[in-house]
Design a protein around this ligand. Structure first.
Ligand SMILES: Nc1nc2c(ncn2[C@@H]2O[C@H](COP(=O)(O)OP(=O)(O)OP(=O)(O)O)[C@@H](O)[C@H]2O)c(=O)[nH]1
Ligand SMILES: [Mg+2]
Length: 389
């Protein structure tokens, strides 16, 4: 099944569920009219099968219904839910923009195609992507003779998804983790994008999986940077290899590589400076760090992860372009997706930069980092935009 078909499938399923919810709500409302103890009914409907099969003994001492409801509400949100919640602003903006586009819709003419271009650019999917989609739409509308707004909107989504799917054919979104051997991940990116935070979160995840994790504090330039990583190390319960502020970051990396090998660590995550005296210095320093890593382990670094802040939109794209030209970036960590409506840049990143997003930051907490699933991402983003034709 193609990606667009998956979205259509999810859309149809949602519609069915919506209808079912409507029906159930209707039933509940009707029951409420006849039954005064509606609260008990709601509590009962939360019972799992297991609970309803409880022994006679426990039925003798019924649990307080209120307590039972609270217990259920406290259950941790699952990953998919967190992911969808984090993207809600992006989804809403896409929807609003589409509504705006079609609010003034009269006919499919040249003005309309220009509006489509503007809408897509405004939704941060990238300039080239927007132009290309509008061009393809011109053709498609001619062929299909699609004139109804719903059909045109669905065609725009179809084109966007098809392009995204096509461009991602060779993309590897999984992190390059070495089995039974040390994995070295180098984190790079301009200041404030979320390098240190993402390292802390990832360290926590690996630690929870039972891996031996080491961190290297190779941002020796900014006062306070080392302490920040040390704090994350404490939170994630992992060791941090560090030097003094102002010391040579490459020597910290050397120490970290040596120690990781000695202690047979599974993962070494290296934090680097976001800002130096100037950009050339920064790139030279990253180069030197990479050389040291390679000298100690010719297969490493296994990932050079560029951390970009999604809230900065086009700026994040420009940074990625610059880093890509000077460093061998292997993937992106896209942070702060939770606080932004600019999630559309995931499409621009893929279609125009050809860099795989590998991790996404969905909040400031230690658990707010997810591996990126590109298909789930677009399904979540676009299924709410399809229209019944
Ligand atoms: N909402 C949200 N905030 C985030 C996320 N990731 C990082 N942040 C916040 O962004 C700010 C900067 O994060 P850092 O990890 O210090 O960024 P950095 O890249 O290490 O910055 P420098 O050390 O200055 O180069 C902090 O306040 C983080 O809490 C995210 O996914 N969502
Ligand atoms: Mg930092």
């Amino acid at each position: 099944m193609g990606l667009f078909d998956k979205i259509k499938h999810a859309f149809v399923k949602d519609k069915e569920e919506e209808k079912q919810t409507e029906d159930t709500t209707q039933e509940i409302l009707e029951e409420e009219k006849t039954d005064e103890s509606a609260e008990t009914d709601v509590a009962k409907s939360y019972e799992t099968e297991e609970e309803s099969e409880e022994t006679a003994e426990s039925t003798d001492f019924p649990v307080d219904e209120q307590e039972e409801i609270e217990e259920i509400e406290e259950e941790p949100v699952d990953t998919q839910e967190k992911y969808e919640k984090g993207l809600s602003k992006t989804r809403k903006t896409f929807k609003d923009r589409m509504n705006e586009l079609f609010a003034n819709f009269r006919s499919v003419d040249e003005d309309f195609f220009e509006e489509v271009e503007n809408t897509l650019i405004g939704a941060d999917v990238g300039f080239d992507t927007s132009m290309r989609i509008a061009d393809e739409l011109r053709e498609e509308v001619k062929i299909k003779n699609a004139k109804k707004p719903a059909a045109v909107q669905n065609t725009i989504i179809e084109k966007l998804v098809d392009l995204y799917e096509e461009e991602g054919e060779m993309e590897v979104n999984e992190l390059n983790v070495q089995q039974n051997d040390l994995s070295v991940f180098l984190f790079v990116g301009v200041n404030g994008t979320g390098k240190t935070t993402s390292i802390g979160k990832l360290a926590h995840q690996y630690r929870q999986e039972g891996k031996k994790v080491l961190l290297a504090a190779a941002d020796t330039f900014r006062a306070g940077a080392i302490d920040q990583l040390v704090q994350w190390g404490e939170r994630a319960d992992v060791e941090v290899v560090r030097g003094n502020t102002g010391s040579d970051p490459a020597s910290v990396v050397f120490d970290a590589m040596t120690r990781a090998k000695e202690e047979q660590a599974d993962v070494l995550l290296i934090d680097t400076a976001g800002r130096l005296q100037n950009k050339v210095n920064l790139m030279n320093e990253l180069d030197k760090i990479k050389r040291i890593i390679k000298r100690e382990d010719p297969t490493a670094p296994h990932e050079v992860l560029l951390v970009v802040d999604a809230t900065t939109g086009q700026n994040a794209m420009n940074q990625a372009q610059q880093f890509k030209e000077t460093t061998d970036v292997t993937g992106l960590v896209l942070t702060k997706l939770d606080g932004t409506a600019k999630g559309g840049i995931v499409l621009a990143i893929r279609n125009e930069l050809h860099l795989p997003v590998k991790l996404v930051g969905l909040g400031e907490g230690i658990d707010d980092l997810e591996v990126f699933d590109p298909n789930d991402f677009v399904v979540g983003l676009f299924k709410g935009l399809l229209q019944e034709e």
